[in-house]
Design a protein around this ligand. Structure first.
Ligand code: PLP
Length: 283
């Protein structure tokens, strides 16, 4: 991470107590309205694309939001959250997010649903969606069920090893830099297929899908081309029938600005922060 960005991150974590659990009634209502508005946008986009209602999951991107704000989103119906930074995962877990979920009859992290018959309505999936440095794996491996931002074989191997040590099976998405923008993480599109086949074979990991961040441009055609390319890649991986690829069904693409385009191109999960919680006061 670059110098100024790191300073800004430290600054906001000092400014804002992310473990705070109290929230004003008006703020909680604002967040609930945000959740419902985004759910409506998703339903409209599904219908416009001729897709089945409910085929796109909504992940709330909770960076810079405190435990009280995250719980307001969960109470409004959010069943999947994503954090960018390991420090924030730790702050919110220590701030009591798992306990607050369990008070609502919900399990935070959905590792268990296949094996233990917990209906998915009763779990809140917990993902990492930001760049993960390998020295931070231990901070998150026992808290989150899925890492969406895996973009090298080296990171995947380290994750696999840690997951096995902890006796968990960690879900992973391969992140692909479809736009080629330099500031973005993600592997190069040309490398993605081979990399996916390698990840799929690692014991301790389950390859669940692919993730990308849309091009940072105004041109609908350019943004959609990147999303369409990710969908084609997913289809090729699935139809390869290679070892460990059968679960690689998900496409995590689309954010506040471009979720309609992503849904039109086959997204199964949109990651939304601003349209739920409002503008971020910090990066
Ligand atoms: C912040 C973030 C989002 C959500 O962005 P919004 O524009 O606030 O909806 C989605 N994905 C990633 C990787 C993010 O960092």
């Amino acid at each position: 991470m670059s110098g100024p960005k790191l300073v800004a991150m430290v600054a906001y974590m000092e400014h804002k107590n992310l473990a705070n659990t109290t929230i004003g009634e008006q703020r909680a209502r604002g967040i609930a309205d945000g959740v419902h508005r985004v759910q409506e946008r998703i339903a409209l986009a599904e219908a416009a694309a001729g897709r089945q209602e409910g085929s796109v999951q909504l992940l709330a991107a909770t960076k810079t939001r405190d435990v009280g704000e995250v719980m307001a989103a969960i109470n409004a119906g959010i069943r999947l959250i994503g954090e960018n930074r390991p420090q924030e995962v730790a702050a919110k877990v220590e701030g009591g997010l798992p306990d607050l979920c369990s008070q609502q009859g919900l399990v935070l992290g959905d590792w268990a649903c296949d094996e233990d018959d917990i209906p998915s309505q009763q779990t809140v999936g917990f993902h990492v969606i930001g760049q993960l440095q390998s020295n931070k794996i231990n901070k998150v491996i026992h808290c989150v069920d899925t890492i969406e931002s895996v973009d090298t074989l080296e990171l995947a191997r380290k994750l696999a090893k840690r997951a096995q040590l902890h006796g968990v099976s960690t879900g992973v998405f391969l992140e692909v830099n479809e736009s080629g923008e330099e500031a973005k993480s993600g592997c190069a599109p040309e490398e993605a297929e081979d990399l996916a086949f390698e990840l799929a074979q690692l014991e301790g990991l389950r390859l669940k899908g692919l993730m990308t961040v849309g091009a940072h441009v105004d041109d609908e055609r350019i943004i959609r081309t990147g999303f369409a390319h990710l969908r084609d890649l997913r289809d090729r991986i699935l139809s390869s029938r290679q070892l460990g690829t059968a679960e690689c069904t998900q496409l995590s693409m689309g954010m506040t600005q471009d979720m309609e385009y992503a849904i039109a191109e086959g997204s199964t999960e949109v990651r939304v922060g601003t349209a739920i919680f409002g503008e971020r006061a910090f990066i």
